[in-house]
Ligand binder design. Structure first.
Ligand code: MG
Length: 313
């Protein structure tokens, strides 16, 4: 960060917003090193496409083009590579983006773990939506929404990695969110900010927003949906589901007057059936996120310190 210092990087948004000949573009990149590379609900390739699409979409942009770069360990199965690339092509097509550039490098056995993928994406950003990535319009009273259950991805990866077979019905929520987000934006909902709740989970995103906007946040625990099987695994393994990664969940901050309409639109979408309003921005507790727990207590949600689960994305 220090060496590359510039005003676009400094914002630390999901995508950089570029001004080119009075047009705006969103631009983002991510490397994927998930292990295992195949997991219930997806694989490293689908994750790489969805993850980059989501970073563009939560910036308010319409994702258009991706590049894909592969680092492959010598001896990696060609059949597995085909399966992974096919799922990338399918996901891209489904989401209306095209993979237009790529690179392949093979390294000696033992010099990388099976397969790493880097995806970069660009999207078109309308002038009137360019405030979303900065969150500068967030104010007290704004509502905080999420499009469904939390912690599915992180717990699925951990279970697959550790071969925990006592839960059969769990799978990653890995999905491209651009379709759902576009529906909300097209309806004219006043979206103030969005972020996909990946590493660090919902709690970390909320803590980042509170710090960034110097605002307080109140959250209702009972409004956050956690599947029973995921909740059970979190308890057994000692994880707080609010800090576990998701790969198909967007936190949306909207104007309170649009609350009902936004929720209605999200629930109509296949990726938003379990959407809920989980809280709001408030005047009090400056820069803190306060969770009102199901048993009537209150606790502060802070940023995730250190890495809870390595190589989950
Ligand atoms: Mg992101």
């Amino acid at each position: 960060m220090k060496q590359f210092d510039n005003e676009m990087l400094k914002l630390q948004s999901d995508s950089a917003v570029l001004n080119i000949n009075s047009k705006k573009l969103a631009f983002t990149t991510d490397s994927y090193v998930v292990t295992p590379i195949f997991f219930p609900g997806g694989n490293i390739g689908k994750l790489a496409v969805c993850g980059t699409i989501n970073d563009l979409a939560v910036s308010g942009a319409r994702p258009l083009y991706l590049s894909a770069s592969f680092i492959i360990e010598e001896g990696f199965s060609v059949d597995d590579l085909k399966t992974i690339v096919l799922s990338m092509a399918e996901e891209a097509q489904k989401s209306g983006v095209r993979v237009v550039a790529g690179d392949t490098k093979v390294v000696e056995k033992g010099k990388c773990d099976q397969l790493f993928i880097t995806t970069t994406g660009v999207g078109e950003l309308k002038q009137e939506l360019s405030h979303i990535s900065s969150g500068k319009n967030i104010q007290a009273g704004d509502k905080i929404l999420i499009n469904g259950s939390v912690a599915d991805h992180g717990i699925t990866i951990l279970s697959a990695r550790e071969n925990l077979q006592f839960e059969e019905d769990i799978q990653s929520d890995c999905a491209s969110l651009n379709g759902l987000i576009q529906k909300v934006l097209d309806a004219g909902i006043n979206v103030k900010f969005m972020r996909d709740a990946t590493r660090g989970g919902v709690a970390t995103v909320l803590a980042e927003i509170a710090r960034m906007r110097k605002a307080g946040i109140e959250i209702k625990e009972e409004a956050i949906f956690i599947r029973e099987s995921i909740r059970g695994l979190c308890e057994v393994l000692g994880y707080d589901p609010l800090y576990v990664a998701n790969e198909g969940k967007v936190i949306m901050i909207i104007d309170p007057k649009d609350e009902k309409k936004a929720l209605e639109i999200m629930k109509q979408h296949s990726l938003g059936k379990e959407s809920s309003v989980i809280g709001e921005i408030c005047e009090d507790h400056n820069e803190f996120v306060v969770l009102n727990t199901c048993i009537g207590g209150r606790r502060i949600l802070d940023l995730l310190t250190g890495e809870q689960l390595p190589r989950i994305c």
